[in-house]
Design a protein around this ligand. Structure first.
Ligand SMILES: [Fe+2]
Length: 394
């Protein structure tokens, strides 16, 4: 029986730990295997991808003792003032109980189904799996693995874009000017993801302060000050930039984040940094350990996409899945939006969800190219998108 018969995102399962996949190995767009160079390469990774390898056991013990931000603040969904305070201060905030039991079960099923499509493709040589193009082994993006680059065609993702628990928080953070859905996907790491992903940002601040962005800032309580020459006071300008995140991502946790299952790491206060995060060679140990250990299944993290973050080793036996939804400020230009949500999905959404999905919905009877095709390699996805698109809607 295939190991995928036992695939789970909540229980121990036999997937992962492919000893034939070298540390820091990656694949290019066509799938050709090579080793990562800096900055993606983790120079401190164990030498072998085996559960009981001495290097892995040493890493596991270090993580057992030290992994996790001390006293991660975890907010209740109704505590909007505290959520906003922590989010603006740290660039991220963990909120518990975002998903009820039904939504959590449904999203878990979706994570297993979509991951199965990726893992069922045989690996090169003796390897168990294909590595996703330009990523570390055993780590996949649900979004980029989809040939449409999103999973908005899957109702298990589209049904969480507007929740009683998340919408008031997004309205608080984006203010009355509003926001739009950009996409949905997330990431997943298999047991045996022994490398750290380099710290990075998902959105690089461009320091443009348009009139709409100023209006966004005023909507969340900023009172801009102007100098005599009609330019913004520098402190006001900085405040506007910090308080108007262009993109906010919610990652939902399918399982408790533990010291061993690859909890996301986030560097508090980094959303306003004008310089790039440190390379893996230069990254201090405290940043490697700055993870969200302690967050529970059904909780999630609201992330300012400008903040420094990265994936961490999964040295256990459980898959760690973190599906997401990305939202953009009203003033983001059209280049951020692709029409990846089928009309038939759109028609089933709430009125508010329809309002915020206007910029990603397809026309009636137009299937989003590539939707339904999952593949780790860029070239295969491009081919599928060009040929397409008659995917499924599971
Ligand atoms: Fe990222």
């Amino acid at each position: 029986m295939s190991e995928l018969e036992y695939l789970s995102v909540t229980e121990d399962c036999p997937v992962g730990w492919c000893g034939f996949t070298a540390p820091n190995e990656t694949a290019d767009g066509e799938g050709a295997v090579s080793l990562f160079e800096a900055p993606q390469r983790d120079p401190r990774a164990p030498t072998f991808r085996r559960y009981d390898d001495p290097g892995v056991e040493a890493l596991r013990e270090a993580l057992r003792q030290h992994n996790g931000l001390p006293q991660v603040e975890i907010c209740a969904p109704s505590d909007l003032e505290r959520i906003a305070r922590v989010f603006y201060r740290d660039g991220f905030v963990v909120v518990r109980d975002l998903l009820d039991a039904d939504k959590l079960a449904s999203l878990r099923d979706g994570c297993v189904d979509q991951l199965s499509k990726i893992l069922e493709i045989p690996g090169e040589g003796n390897r168990k799996y294909l590595t996703e193009s330009f990523r570390l082994p055993h780590r996949y993006s649900y979004g980029t693995s989809s040939a449409s680059r999103q999973l908005l065609h899957d109702d298990r993702w589209s049904s969480v874009v507007d929740l009683d628990t998340t919408t008031p928080i997004l309205q608080k953070l984006f203010g009355p000017l509003g926001y739009n859905v950009i996409g949905a996907g997330g990431d997943v790491c298999l047991p045996g993801s022994i490398e750290y992903q380099n710290l990075h940002v998902d959105f690089k601040e461009d320091y443009q302060v348009s009139q709409e962005r100023i209006a966004h800032a005023e909507g969340v309580g900023i009172k801009p000050r102007w100098r005599a020459d009609q330019t913004l006071d520098p402190r006001s300008q900085q405040m506007i930039l910090v308080r108007t995140p262009p993109v906010i991502t919610i990652n939902f946790f399918m399982s408790d984040l533990t010291w061993e299952n690859g909890p996301i790491r986030h560097i508090p206060g980094s959303h306003a940094m004008p310089f790039a995060p440190p390379s893996q060679e230069d990254e201090p140990e405290w940043m490697r350990l700055s993870t969200l250990v302690g967050a529970s299944a059904g909780a999630g993290v609201f992330r300012d996409s400008r903040a420094w973050h990265g994936a961490t080793p999964n040295v256990g036996r459980q898959v760690r899945a973190m599906p997401n939804v990305e939202y953009g400020a009203q003033w983001l230009d059209d280049s951020w939006f692709e029409r990846t949500m089928p009309d038939e999905i759109f028609q089933c959404l709430s009125q508010h969800a329809q309002n915020i999905c206007q910029r990603v919905k397809s026309d009636p009877d137009v299937w989003p190219p590539g939707a339904g095709i999952m593949h780790p390699h860029t070239q295969k996805r491009q081919q599928a998108k060009e040929q397409d698109g008659k995917g499924d809607t599971t």
